[in-house]
Write a protein that binds this ligand. Structure first.
Ligand code: 16G
Ligand code: MG
Length: 546
């Protein structure tokens, strides 16, 4: 198939809402689904150009709006190694999406070709997948139209979790090379994870049943398919919130975002003391665990707790394997609970980096370590093993049975953990592996440290773009003077910490605060939110302490 600007113009998909402005943000384009058909067409063109730029390497397109309500949708591009689209291309995505006529679209396309020096005669390969949203089939058609008009070879992988699409892209681009990632099929993905899990828990007593809330999303059918690869004596899983065809059910009162935001279990999940629970989000790239404490209170084991557990386990294995020359590090964002950072740095003595919010920032920072553990508090995360770490694990000769066992466990983890992006199924298996190896209950896992009370608030302002930050979002640069005011407020609270940043996904400014006690935390949040409202052009009601 050849590339033709004429075909791109002839098949143009008009904008439904003329004044809508599209932005390729932290997680691609995301909005109410009704206005996305024109965007899908443009994303098809962009994916083709990206593939041509990279000599025909396979690019992925995922249609999902993750934890957002069912009426929303979104789309994001996946680069050849299964990573998020290179940041410098986000501006091209935005430019194409806002081209409102066939002529301006052709012009924007030509500009990308010229500035990126793209040879349009190169082949283009694009694969795509989508989640369970009712709007997906229509949006897929528009995407296909853009791919066809720009002359890409395509493959539709159908219903997928986001991490499965990332996996498939990496497999296709590494096939036949020395770092072939796996079989580029859903079966290949299940098989790889299942085999690694069997190795990682071999010889240990199986834990009690794990209860998984799938947010009524794509994680439900995919987890079910995956589980057919493992027998009941290896893992026991009870799936709830699997109603993927019930209208309006997706992410409604369930899922990882609900649990993290409300700090409680989904109302329809019967949480019993002694049981272990986790929740996926709508596209299964995010997970949090929870349980009921012996005092009957709800306890959340979020992304920070998973990072701590994984870092602890990997450090122990690296030491037992006698390969402690490997540099293990953890990457967090400013949202990480202060107690988790303290535990990692002071107890585990692991280097910790803090970066801006958004998976791509954490992922790139984690690549700087031999073994880079990265998690956002909200449950997005994974562990990356560098090529040299993989080589060390593979080639080190064990001198004792204990060393041999540790090396085997590490090797299994490199297969079990999705190396392309955070993956709820894979992260769940990682946690289950560690708890099985230690024969730990969630309560025992939770003992590593106690979270500082924390609170997240939202302030609506006239223009959130005036809120600019530095130092991994921990300090405001503008509005002028506001940071000094926040510093003065924070200084009055023991173990107080607070920061303010503009959301990348909502039209609001977020305020995070933590302090030694619940009362202090609430007061600190409220004071900072008021300062934001007063100095930052707040609209609507002034924040009140709730
Ligand atoms: C997106 C990001 C997530 C981040 C969140 C922050 C990806 C795949 N997702 O969902 O990592 O935590 O945005 O939202 O990068 P906010 O900017 O509205 O606070
Ligand atoms: Mg998600």
């Amino acid at each position: 198939m050849s590339f033709s600007l004429q075909a791109i113009q002839d098949n143009f998909v008009p904008h439904k809402k003329e004044d809508f402005i599209y932005t390729y943000g932290t997680a691609g384009f995301r909005s109410i689904a009704d206005v996305l058909d024109s965007v899908m067409y443009k994303v098809g063109i962009l994916a083709t150009l990206r593939s041509k730029k990279l000599g025909g390497a396979t690019i992925g397109v995922m249609i999902t709006a993750s934890h957002n309500p069912e009426q929303d949708n979104g789309v994001k591009l996946v680069d050849p190694r299964g990573e998020m689209l290179e940041q410098s291309w986000e501006a091209y995505a935005t430019k194409l999406a806002n081209s409102k006529t066939p002529e301006t679209l052709a012009q924007a396309t030509e500009e990308i070709i010229a500035s990126q020096k793209i040879n349009v005669d190169q082949p283009a390969n694009v694969i795509y997948g989508f989640d369970t949203r009712p709007s997906c089939p229509e949006l897929v058609k528009n995407l296909e139209s853009g791919l066809q008009a720009s002359g890409a070879e395509t493959k539709n992988y159908g219903l997928l979790t986001t991490p499965m699409l990332h996996y498939l892209v990496r497999c296709l681009n590494t096939a036949g090379t020395s770092d072939a990632y796996g079989e580029p099929t859903a079966e290949g993905y299940y098989h790889k994870l299942a085999e690694a899990y069997k190795t990682a828990v071999k010889g240990f007593t199986r834990l009690s049943t794990l209860h998984v809330d799938c947010a009524n999303g794509v994680g439900a059918p995919k987890l079910r398919e995956f589980l057919t690869h493992l027998s009941e004596d290896v893992i026991s899983v009870d799936i709830s919130n699997d109603q993927i065809t019930t209208q309006g059910a997706l992410n409604k009162n369930c899922g990882a975002d609900y649990v993290k935001t409300n700090q409680r279990a989904p109302p329809n999940v019967k949480i019993q003391p002694g049981d272990r629970f986790c929740s996926f989000d709508g596209d299964a790239d995010r997970i949090v665990y929870y349980y009921l404490g012996s005092d009957q209170t709800f306890r959340l084991l979020d992304g920070d707790k998973i990072a701590g557990l994984a870092a602890m386990f990997i450090m122990d294995l690296v030491n037992d394997a006698g390969i402690d020359s490997l540099k293990v590090g953890v990457v967090q964002t400013a949202y990480a609970n202060g107690s988790s950072t303290n535990y990692l740095e002071k107890v585990l003595k692991i280097p910790v980096s803090c970066v801006s919010t958004g998976v791509k920032h954490l992922h790139h920072e984690a690549e700087k370590y031999d073994v880079g553990v990265y998690f956002e508090a909200n449950g997005h995360g994974t562990v990356l093993f560098s090529p040299s770490a993989l080589n060390t694990i593979k080639t080190t000769e064990a001198k004792t049975p204990a060393q041999n066992r540790a090396l085997q466990q590490l090797a299994a983890l490199t297969e079990l953990i999705n190396q392309t992006v955070g993956d709820a199924i894979s992260d769940m298996l990682l946690v289950e592996t560690i708890l099985t190896n230690r024969q730990w209950s969630p309560e025992e896992w939770d003992q590593a440290y106690t979270d500082l009370p924390n609170r997240l608030a939202k302030v609506v302002v006239a223009d959130r773009s005036v809120f600019t930050t530095t130092n991994a979002e921990r300090q405001l640069v503008s509005p002028a003077g506001l940071q000094a005011e926040i510093d003065a407020i924070v200084a009055k609270y023991s173990q107080g910490r607070s920061f303010v940043r503009a959301s990348g996904t909502e039209d609001a400014v977020r305020v995070y605060a933590e302090a030694a006690t619940r009362a202090e935390t609430d007061e600190l949040t409220y004071k900072v939110a008021q300062a934001v409202y007063d100095r930052g052009g707040g609209v609507g009601a002034r924040p009140l302490m709730s």
